[in-house]
Structures are given as structure tokens and as C-alpha cells.
Design a protein around this ligand. Structure first.
Ligand SMILES: N[C@@H](CCC(=O)N[C@@H](CS)C(=O)NCC(=O)O)C(=O)O
Length: 216
């Protein structure tokens, strides 16, 4: 089988989602760990012109964009399936992926997790409280809506794990390390879901580096 290589900065939630997909499928891969900033080098930009992580290679096939990578992995390695066959369940999975990509990551996690953890602990920058305050209204909307969409289901697309859970768990696990995330999640059913996700071997095999496990 062609080698699978995943490039990314360890601790990145999008990278972790891809790693989790491979772990759930029990597919061997090599992690090409990058240092912060390496994703903006000329060599890397040739492969990923948007300068983000992760980047995925399967032999001579190269792909970026996390949900595309996870859908590819699901197609290549069908067991266990990560996409529901029921079209309404699949629509819910896609809805969660959209919420993560358009609202939760860029408007909430990229601000609050960055200001509380990544900036201070990895880059030595000070926390900007005004930026956190400005992100809080969207944080409330995202958490309330994700909680409503999960409802009483074990997973976001129903009874089985899907790409939606794989994309959201690393994000919410990181967010839960911040005081804002902790208090927003506490009042919701998302906490129990996150505990269940954290119990999975795929989460345990892909823990964030120690430096990114606690708020500064
Ligand atoms: N839409 C991209 C988003 C990936 C992304 O934003 N990754 C973050 C790390 S979690 C990143 O590369 N940040 C670096 C930067 O913004 O310079 C995907 O799905 O892969």
C-alpha cells in the first residue's frame, strides 16, 4: 500500500481530526510534524497555497481541506464507515462540518483558544481580553446550537460516529481548556459527548502536546 503522510503542527485540531479518522480506521500513517511557522514556507506553500494544516499525501495523491481528506479516507478504507447512508443524517453531519468551518473555528476557537492558550503558551504573546469579549456572542450561539443539534443522540449524525464528531471533538476539547469554554460547555449535553469522545482510543492516541493542554 502507498504510504500515507500527514503534515501538521501537533496540537492543531484540524490535524487531529485527520489523525483520528486514520486511527478509527486502523490505517497506518506517518505524521510529518511541523514547527509553528513552517506552514508559511515557500516549500510548504507549493503544496498548500493557503498555508494551513493539515496536508495529506497518499502515495502521489495530495489533498488539503480536512473534510475532503476525511471523506477520501472513508472512501479508501470503508470500515468502519464514517458517513451515514441515511440522507437526513448525512445532511446533519454536513451541517455540523459547516458550523465548525464557518462559525466555530474561525470566529470562536481561533480567537479564544488562541488568546488563552496558543498565543501565550506557544508564541509568548499576551492575552487580548477585548478580542475574547468580542468573540463571546458567537461562542454562545455556536455552543447553544451544537447542543440543540446533538440533542439526545450519542453522536452528531445519530447512532454512529461520523466525520462531524471527528472534526468537532478536537475543537471542543481544546476550547474546553479555556475558562470561557469550560463554563459554556458545563451547562450542556456536549460535555457528556466530549467525555465519550475522549474515551475513544483515537482521541487518546492523538493527545495535544503538554504545552497546549492547559490555559496560561
Ligand atoms: N479549512 C482548513 C482549515 C485548516 C486550518 O485553519 N488549520 C489551522 C490550524 S488548526 C492553521 O493552519 N492555522 C495556521 C494559520 O492560520 O496560519 C481545513 O479544513 O483544513
Amino acid at each position: 500500500m502507498s504510504e500515507i503522510v500527514v503534515y501538521g503542527v501537533p496540537g492543531s485540531p484540524f490535524l487531529r481530526a485527520v489523525q483520528m479518522g486514520l486511527e478509527e480506521k486502523r490505517v497506518a500513517y506517518r505524521l510529518q510534524a511541523m514547527t509553528p511557522g513552517e506552514h508559511k514556507t515557500e516549500a510548504y506553500l507549493k503544496k498548500h497555497p493557503f498555508g494551513r494544516v493539515p496536508l495529506f499525501e497518499h502515495g502521489d495523491f495530495t489533498l488539503y481541506e480536512t473534510q475532503a481528506i476525511l471523506r477520501y479516507i472513508d472512501g479508501e478504507f470503508p470500515e468502519p464507515p464514517l458517513e451515514p447512508t441515511d440522507h437526513r443524517a448525512a445532511a446533519h453531519m454536513n451541517q455540523i462540518i459547516g458550523i465548525n468551518d464557518w462559525y466555530f473555528f474561525p470566529k470562536v476557537a481561533a480567537v479564544i483558544v488562541f488568546q488563552r492558550i496558543v498565543g501565550p503558551r506557544l508564541l509568548g504573546t499576551a492575552t487580548d481580553q477585548a478580542a475574547i469579549d468580542a468573540a463571546m456572542p458567537m461562542a454562545h450561539v455556536c455552543i447553544a446550537e451544537l447542543n440543540r443539534l446533538l440533542g439526545t443522540q450519542p453522536f452528531f449524525a445519530g447512532d454512529s460516529l461520523s466525520i462531524a464528531d471527528l472534526m468537532l471533538a478536537p475543537q471542543l476539547d481544546f476550547f474546553a481548556e479555556t475558562p470561557e469554554g469550560k463554563s459554556l460547555l458545563a451547562a450542556t449535553g456536549l460535555s457528556a459527548w466530549l467525555d465519550r469522545m475522549n474515551g475513544r482510543p483515537s482521541m487518546q492516541a492523538t493527545l495535544r502536546p503538554e504545552v497546549l493542554r492547559h490555559a496560561a
